[in-house]
Structures are given as C-alpha cells and as structure tokens.
Write a protein that binds this ligand. Structure first.
Ligand SMILES: [Zn+2]
Length: 868
C-alpha cells in the first residue's frame, strides 16, 4: 500500500476534509484523551501489542530515550481520516516514524501523533517510532526510578493508545546501569551486560491496560520466597535490619493470605503469570496495582516493634487492597475512568474482608466504622462533595476523580448493598461479573445486571441516590412515651442540603437501659419510618443511632447519653460508643449538641474509658487534635494548651498498652505549643529517652527535631544537623536534607523555597513537597505563611495538569488545612469569585479543603472558655 511522504500541515488537513468529518476530527484531536476519541478507537482497534525499549542513563540529567513498535488489528479504517496515537513526551524527540514498514512524515499536534488513513490497512498494522520519554511519570531518583502511569500518563512515557479499554501485551527491554535491578509486568527473560550498562529483556506481559504497564529499576535489595507454591519476588531499599527482620515474614504471609482469600472468594485463580512487588521510599500513593509488579509505599510495609495497631491494620489493608485489584481492576477493568471508583471500592471492600483473616483479633465492624466514616464525611459534609460516579469527558482530568468519596463512601455504600442482597447472593453476583468480563472491561451497569438476579430489590433504583448523587442524609427522631413505655418511635430523613431525598438503608438503633442494650434494626427505606419494634418497650435511658455502624448520614445525638452516670451501660458496645463519638463530632461541626471546647473536654474524658480499644482511642485523639488546631481560637489554644499537654503526658503513664502510650506521645508532640511542652520534647530527643513504655523510631526522632524547628526552639539548627548525622538510611537522610529550608527561622529562606514550587520540576517528589508544606504552613508559622495561599490557589490548575492523582487534593489540604482566620477564608472566597469559570472539579476540591476554614469562622466566634 502506498504512502504519501509529505508533511501534512493542519491548514491542508482542514481543507482536505469534508465539513462533517472535520468537526469529528476537531473533537477527537483535542489535547488529552477525550471520551469521543476513546470510543472511536475502541470501535476500530483490537489485539494491540507494544514492543518497548528504553535506554536509561545513570545520570538524571540525561534524557530517557526509547524505541517502540506497536502492532494492532484494524477492523475498519479510521472514519475521521486519522488514527491518533497519544504522546505527551518531548515532541522534538519523535523520529523515524514508520507505518507498515514505510516511513511517514510525522504530524504531531495536540499531544497526538496523527497517522493518516492512507498509511493504514485493514487487518494487521504496525507503527514504529523513536521517542524521548517525558520525565513526569518516571520518578527519577539518583539511583532508582519507577514509572507510575495511572490514569493517563503512559502517554507521557511512550506513544500509545492510552485508555483503559484498549488492553495490550507489552514486551519490554530496558538498558540500565550495571548493578541495578529491574522489575516489570513480565518476568525477566534475560540480562546481558554491555560495558557499564545491562540489557534486561522481559517476557511479554499479560494483557493489561496501559495504566497498569510499569517498571522499576535501580539499586534495590531483593528477597524471593515461595508462598503456597508461588514464587514472589520483593525489591526494596529499606536498610534498617530490625525493620527488615520484623517485616519481611509479615509481608509475605499477608500477601499469601490475601491471594488465597481472593481465589476462594472469587472462584478464580490468581489471573496473572507472576506476582512480584517493590517497596518504594516516599512513594506518592499507598500503592499501585501494576499486574505482576505491584508498587508499595515502603514506610507502610516496614514496621518495627513500636508499630501501633493502626499501622499494622494499615499495612494489612494496603497489601490486601493492591492484591484484590488483581481481580477488581486488573482482570476486569472499568471501560472508562468515570468508573474508576468501581475498582477502588472493591479493592477496599475486599481488603476489609481479607484483614479479618490477616488480623483475626480485630473487631471488623469497629475497624470499618473508624476506617471509613470520618474520611467519607470529611468530603461529603462539604459544599465541594460529588457523587461516587462522576462525569469525565477527557482522561486528562481523571486525577480529579480520586478521593475519600470513592475510597470510603463507596465501600460504605457497597456494605449496605451486600446487607440488602445478602452475602451469598452478593458474592455470587460478583463471581458472575468477574467470570463474564475476565480479561475485558465493564461498567457499573454491567455489574448491576449481574447482581440483580440475586435480589428482589431494584438495584438500579436503589443505587441512584448513593452512586449518582452527592451528599448524605440528615436524620431526626421523635420518641413518644405513654405509661413509662414507648408508644411510638419515628425516624425521619432528608438531604443535609434540605432536599427531600431518601437514602434507602438499613441501620441499628440501640435502646440503652441501665442493665442492657436492645438493638433494633431499622429498614429506613422512606423519608419517615415508624419503628414498630420499639413500640411497647420500656422507656430507655437514652438511644444511640447507627449503633452497629452500618448506616450513613448525620445522626442525632440523644443528650441523655452525655451524662457520665449513664455511660457505663455501653461498656460492652465498642462500636456503639465509637459511632456516638463520630455523631458528636459531626454535630459539633454544625454547631449542634456541643461546642468545640466542650467536645474537646468530653473526648479527653472519654480517653480513659477507651484505653482497651486502641482504634477508638486513636479516633478520640484525632478529634482532639483537629478541634485544637481548627476550631479553637488562638487565645483558647494558649489558654488550654498547657493543661492539655499536662493531661496527655500524665496519661502516658496511666495507660498500659505501648501503642496507646505512643498515640498519646504523638498527640502531645502535635499539640506542643507551650515552651514547657517543647522543653519536654527536647529532652526526649536529646537523651533519646522516650517516656517509659514508649518506643520511638528514627522517624519519630526526626519528627521531634522538625517539630522543635517549626517552633523556633532555641538552638534548633544544631538539633537538625545532629539529627541528620543520626540518620542511617540514605533515602531518609536525603529527605531531611531537602526539608531544611522549610524549617528555617528566616522567613526569606522559607519564602524563596516556597516560590520554587511554581515549577512542576520542583514539585516532582510529591511526598517531600507535602512534608515541606506541612512545615511552611504549620500553625506556628501561619502569620508569615498566609501570604502563600493566593499563590497556592493560582498554581492549582498547573498542579493538576502535571501532578499525580492525589496531589491536587493533598496540596490543597496541606495549604488551606492549617488556617482558621477570616482573612484566610476570604482569600479562598475571593479566588472563587475572581474565577467564575474555573474547572468545576478543582473548584470542588477547593471547597472540600476549605470546609474546616469556613466552619472555623462560625465556631470560633461563639467560643466560651474551657473550665479545667
Ligand atoms: Zn486502589
């Protein structure tokens, strides 16, 4: 077939096409990957295979170059006149484009390589091209690098069809410095040393989406083990021998248990050829589920003997989450990223189930409640909340879909659904779904159609308000009595926004008596429900809503439950108590039931009662920290601070469990606003003598040194330099070294450090940037740093364009989170006023992050001092 060897300029192109086709082409060819482009390509293309070769020089200054051949089958020639190959790397690095063996003058525009229809043929085609990879998704460090391509960054690394429903086989080879190790989706085929480089050739991968393609290379240690007859290879850079000794067994054991659970639950054997993983220092996510080559945040996997229960749960959840993705996400993938929540909800949901195997002693309901509810509410209570399923017109905006609504609200919704369908039917529906779409793609409607046969309930109807609409219900109740008995208990719900919406759900209400607790299950499938089971029961001391932690919404608090004389009745009910603390906090934020000062006092009092429930203990300390920093005035803080510090410090002695001691020590550190508290921290740091029973790690000592620095503790530069000398691990030393300017007592040094974040290059190591922001915006520095806020908002759009998926949100949280003044709130309002046409998804993120700030204005205004 003949090729037209000529440069196709856009002017020529526009006039050579008919008007109708031109519109289509204009729509398809916009930057990013539009939904239209994705749809048109998935109708034309199949059987895609990439052969990829990357040359990775040892120095980060030299660019990574590559060569690829992509082969595919065309059922029909592109109706728009061009086949677009996505590429957002260095345009000038593109060369030697050939299509089906014929050289083609390349046309590169709007982040696509435009391949003319004339160069293509029906059936088998091949495109070959040389390119220079963009650095954005390569995460290059001095002696290691790793790719992270979700959601649409494969196209920054190499030319590809970057959409989740065009799965492909990847055959990779890497030229890397000798002495480095490498890991990829396929197993290692061969390794040949050539001078000071080595050519690593990998076996073809399984068929996977582009966002799941990955490799990591560098100076790593390696351990391989056989678990249940499966060999697993683990690469890491941790050097602390005690962490290694205490963690490697657990990591392999949990991986084995997670795989066994998933195989049993789904009825499908592990669907990929190999199972390897790599731990990455300061990884920007918790983990990423690249098939056969999972990446994990190193800090979460390697724990030492001082680890809290929360950290052990965190590790088990993370390993289980990514492993569950092998089925939910990797084997069956969403058609388009608007359904990215589907893979996340099942990864989290399965992780919760798996953790009841890996950590059998835990209270599953309590873990679920504390693990998901506060996080889901943190977004769903704000003006910036969004539905679980969101609209997505272009993949370049997919990053803005991520957040607690999909990670936390969606599992809560799914648990309701499982309860309504029943666990057996729910599991059977999921199995049908995985079997039907294995190796392919599916959307929410596909899943509903698989669950529907197992229930009489109309799943589609039921899920509308949960999945396609935002927000949460607000419940109220009326308890009527006659002759010392309940004559009627009526519960109402409406949208927190005042709408007359109904979130059909099942939850429990506890009727609490001095000698017992009666749990009533309420099927709240209407706006008003009379609880028939309550009628005729004796008058309770008080009622607790959502007492088993299944329901979702803003629940009322019975004031009688707050009397300390009434509380012992809930002693055997840890979930009901935790639900009550969460309800109280949510009500406080709305100015109901308790003021922030009162709730802080109440939570402090509740700590001793919860000393046997580490998770609840942590929940209370989180609430205390949050109230202290967000919802107390500066005066109240300095008034309460010393007494609070003293209380926390004394409590370290009076609790027994080392983990609770540690949580108290952390809370003490977090709120060490007084010089006396800082003196105490300094002594701990200097002498390396933690309070009896508290185990502090190297990271904890680094944390102490940086805390002292942000408070301008006398002699802090010496503290920091001594701490640098104490750190053994190179990655952790580099991190502290990087953070030094953010800790400076010179505002000018901090200002110029902050201003560097205007460039995407300086923001590359996101975990470090966030740590720096925490120092720069620390409340101790707030006066001098408030001026960063308008700039931080100005940069947001660029941050979204260049950063990884969680970064825009974490950037906003780290920037706006620490402030509580009316001036800071006005900065946000002004920005929103000045940008009426701002990207709605980013606008929502701003409203989410500014929620505490807006509430603080009101809550602090009505403050009354605390009586010790
Ligand atoms: Zn995930």
């Amino acid at each position: 077939m003949g090729i037209l060897p000529r440069i196709m300029l856009m002017a020529f192109l526009a006039c050579s096409l008919t008007a109708g086709a031109q519109t289509t082409l204009d729509e398809l060819g916009v930057p990013g990957v539009s939904r239209l482009l994705a749809m048109s390509r998935s109708a034309e293309l199949k059987d895609i295979r990439y052969e990829l070769n990357f040359q990775i020089p040892p120095s980060r200054v030299e660019q990574v170059t590559g060569y690829e051949a992509v082969r595919f089958h065309l059922d029909k020639l592109p109706s728009s006149g061009y086949l677009l190959l996505d590429f957002k790397g260095a345009a000038q690095g593109l060369s030697k484009l050939s299509v089906n063996g014929n050289e083609v003058k390349q046309l590169y525009k709007n982040e696509h390589i435009w391949i003319p229809r004339e160069a293509l043929q029906m059936g088998e085609n091949s495109v070959a091209v040389h390119f220079t990879a963009g650095d954005g998704a390569l995460n290059r460090n001095p002696d290691f690098l790793y790719t992270l391509l979700v959601p649409d960054r494969a196209r920054t690394l190499f030319p590809c069809f970057d959409q989740p429903d065009l799965k492909a086989v990847f055959t990779l080879s890497l030229m890397i410095p000798t002495g480095w190790k490498a890991i990829a989706n396929g197993g290692v085929h061969s390794m040949v040393t050539v001078g000071d480089s080595a050519m690593w050739q990998f076996w073809p991968s399984d068929r996977i989406s582009t966002y799941l393609f990955s490799f990591a290379a560098g100076k790593f240690s390696e351990t391989a083990r056989v678990v249940d007859r499966r060999t697993m290879r683990f690469l890491y850079r941790e050097t602390d021998s005690s962490k290694l000794r205490l963690s490697l067994d657990s990591v392999f054991r949990i991986e084995g248990q997670a795989l066994a659970f998933m195989e049993q639950y789904t009825g499908i054997l592990y669907p990929f050829r190999k199972f390897d993983f790599v731990a990455i220092p300061d990884f920007q996510f918790g983990g990423m589920e690249h098939a056969g080559a999972i990446q994990y945040q190193s800090r979460t996997l390697f724990l030492d003997s001082g680890a809290t229960r929360e950290q052990r749960i965190g590790r088990s959840n993370l390993l289980s989450h990514e492993t569950a993705h092998m089925w939910f996400g990797d084997l069956v993938t969403m058609k388009w990223f608007n359904d990215v929540w589907m893979k996340e909800v099942f990864a989290n949901y399965m992780a919760n189930k798996i953790s009841s195997v890996t950590l059998p002693d835990d209270n599953f309901d309590l873990k679920f409640l504390i693990g998901h509810y506060p996080a889901a509410f943190s977004i769903d209570r704000t003006a910036g909340t969004h539905p679980i399923q969101q609209q997505l017109d272009n993949l370049q905006e997919a990053g803005s879909l991520y957040g607690p609504i999909i990670y936390d609200k969606a599992p809560i919704m799914m648990r309701q659904l499982e309860r309504l369908i029943g666990p057996k039917g729910f599991q059977a529906g999921l199995r049908d779904y995985l079997h039907e779409y294995a190796g392919g793609n599916a959307d929410w409607d596909d899943l509903i159609s698989k669950l529907q046969p197992y229930t009489k309930m109309k799943v589609h109807e039921w899920s509308k308000v949960w999945v396609k609409e935002a927000g949460r219900p607000r419940f109220s109740y009326r308890l009527s009595l006659a002759g010392g008995k309940i004559s009627d208990l009526v519960v109402r719900q409406k949208g927190e926004d005042g709408s007359a919406r109904v979130w059909p759900q099942v939850f429990d209400i506890a009727l609490v008596y001095p000698d017992r607790v009666d749990q009533l299950t309420l099927n709240m499938n209407a706006a008003v429900v009379h609880v028939a089971a309550a009628a005729g029961k004796a008058k309770p001391q008080y009622v607790v809503f959502n007492s088993s932690g299944l329901g979702y919404g803003l629940f009322p608090v019975d004031r009688a439950s707050l009397a300390s004389t009434n509380q012992w009745a809930l002693n055997g009910q840890p979930v009901a108590r935790a639900a009550m603390y969460i309800n109280l906090y949510e009500n406080m934020l709305n100015g109901d039931v308790m003021t922030p000062v009162e709730l802080l006092g109440y939570d402090l009092g509740a700590l001793m009662r919860e000393r046997k429930e580490e998770l609840t203990f942590g929940l209370l300390l989180d609430q205390i920290g949050s109230i202290y920093w967000h919802f107390l005035s500066t005066q109240a803080r300095s008034g309460m601070g010393p007494g609070l510090s003293e209380t926390l410090w004394t409590m370290i002695d009076s609790v027994d469990a080392p983990n609770e001691k540690k949580l108290l020590f952390r809370a003490f550190t977090n709120m060490a606003g007084s010089r006396a508290a800082q003196d105490t921290l300094y002594q701990v740091w200097k002498t390396k003598q933690a309070p009896p029973g508290v185990r502090l790690t190297e990271d904890d000592y680094t944390g102490l040194a940086t805390t002292l620095a942000v408070w301008d503790y006398p002699g802090y530069p010496k503290i920091l330099s001594e701490q640098l000398g104490r750190i053994q691990n190179k990655d952790r030393r580099d991190r502290l070294q990087y953070l030094l300017p953010s800790l400076s007592d010179s505002a000018a040094v901090r200002d110029s450090f902050f201003m560097t974040f205007g460039s995407a290059e300086a923001r590359r190591k996101e975990a470090w940037v966030l740590a720096a922001l925490a120092n720069l915006h620390h409340p101790a520095r707030a006066g001098a740093s408030e001026k960063y806020l308008p700039i931080s908002l100005d940069w947001l759009a660029d941050i979204q364009r260049t950063g990884d998926v969680f970064f825009p949100q974490s950037w906003l949280q780290a920037s706006l989170g620490p402030y509580q003044t009316a001036e800071a709130a006005e900065v946000v309002r002004k920005f929103l006023r000045d940008h009426p046409d701002y990207n709605p998804k980013l606008r929502a993120k701003i409203l989410q992050a500014a929620d505490n700030l807006f509430r603080a204005e009101k809550l602090v205004a009505g403050e009354k001092p605390y009586q010790w």
